[in-house]
Design a protein. Sequence first.
Length: 175
Amino acid sequence: MGTLSNEELRATADKLIAAHQEASRTNDWLCFVDALYAKDCVYTCEYAGVMEVTANGIEEIKATHYGRDMQVGWDGWTFPYRGVYTGTGNRLITHWLNRGPGMRADGSYFETPGISFITLNDKARICHQFDMFDLAHQMKLCDELEEVDLLSPQLKFQWVLPMKEKLEAQLARNR
């Protein structure tokens, strides 16, 4: 695999950030996948040890991470980036936020941090992505949103409650 320059790494990161900004605005999480991901990309997301979702190839990525997973009530959420760090071997690390709708009474956002470890191929397409975020804090954030009536009922029933059950089962096994 050819080595990309720092400028090429940054340019790809900028495209990804712009695509996520547009998807946050339109709630269309499929529009950029073909343009940014390699056809054989492997995309993995760890959910606190209770679930790992791995998509092999661009069609699975569109069917899972950006399809099924983003279509269960994430409307009104945004995923702004806090930083992009370039490394060697065509690697990027992106620091982003899961930002819920609305704001707290004190003017702060309802948000939790996440991180992606990304490898690009020699055509500056994402060929591997590994995402992590703190699921316990995400559940707490969703509870806060529900308390102020900002949590989508669809998100609660199709994602939040099943994830809480998985976390509780994992903790019960380890007692």
